[in-house]
Design a binder for this molecule. Structure first.
Ligand code: ADP
Ligand code: MG
Length: 246
């Protein structure tokens, strides 16, 4: 199996505070890995190191074989291949949905405006929002904005998709529509790393679950079935966490 994301003993400090401790894991093509754990355990930091949005001091990260830690690596090119969706949708508020979808395709990938528009609209249809192409982000609900953000990331034809709590800023009635899009992506074989506490999503489509604990330590990294069906084999900290959120 092809390794799409490989972390080897990654450690990071903010000044004297260690926020990632010796993190190692490998995500293969087509795997959907859910990352959970208490607030402050380094989940966002971990996921951001993968496309070099956060530097790290020790260890190695490879994305499709490309060394993220190597100063010679072309980071803009790497980032263009790694789709990222955040908690807050981060669409450009002054641009229409269409312009949000096409901007990076033209600027970063060098696509023609026509080609970018075609790809963008395909992806917008895919998230069920074709009818909203001429609106501005402020005219859409939070769930719709997040679906546009996903369509924008997909328009870049990413080789992996990273999600950082994509539904946690949404009103409850909008969580489902965003998760449905993510479930569809997972079923089509997209390689995904998803920070979320939506354990229904994890049970439905994840292949593996990583649990992080304070200090940025990966405490568990096991198959979904192992994670959910064998609580007796989990660490006490994991059980405590699951008891709170399930
Ligand atoms: P999580 O996403 O699991 O809630 P984060 O990755 O956001 O955790 O944060 C991990 C740790 O790093 C926390 O202790 C947080 O306070 C600290 N941290 C995050 N960003 C910064 C920063 N820019 N400067 C200093 N400390 C930070
Ligand atoms: Mg976070």
């Amino acid at each position: 199996m092809q390794a799409m994301i490989e972390l080897k003993n990654v450690s990071k400090w903010y000044g004297p505070v260690q926020v990632l401790t010796d993190c190692s894991t490998t995500i293969h093509k087509g795997e959907v890995v859910v990352v959970c754990g208490p607030s402050g355990s380094g989940k966002s930091t971990l996921i951001k190191t993968i496309n070099a949005l956060e530097p790290f001091q020790k260890g190695e990260i490879y994305v499709d074989g490309v060394p993220v830690h190597d100063p010679k690596t072309d980071l803009p090119r790497l980032r263009s291949r790694v789709g990222m969706v955040f908690q807050h949708f981060e669409l450009f508020p002054h641009l229409s949905v269409t312009d949000n979808l096409t901007l990076a395709q033209v600027k970063v990938l060098g696509r023609s405006p026509d080609e970018a528009l075609k790809r963008g609209l395909q992806m917008l249809e895919r998230v069920g929002l074709g009818a909203h192409k001429d609106k501005f982000p402020g005219q859409l609900s939070g769930g719709q904005q997040q679906r546009v953000a996903i369509a924008r990331a997909l328009s870049m034809d990413p080789i992996v998709m990273l999600f950082d709590e994509p539904t946690s800023a949404l009103d409850p009635e909008m969580v489902g529509e965003v998760l449905d899009v993510m479930v569809g992506l997972a079923r089509e074989g997209m390689t995904m790393m998803v920070v979320t506490h939506e354990m229904g999503f994890a049970r439905k489509v994840s292949s593996r679950v990583i649990f992080m604990d304070v200090g940025g330590r990966i405490l568990e990294d096991c198959s979904r079935d192992e994670f959910f069906d064998h609580p007796e084999a989990r660490q006490p900290r994991t059980k405590e966490f699951l008891d709170k959120i399930l």
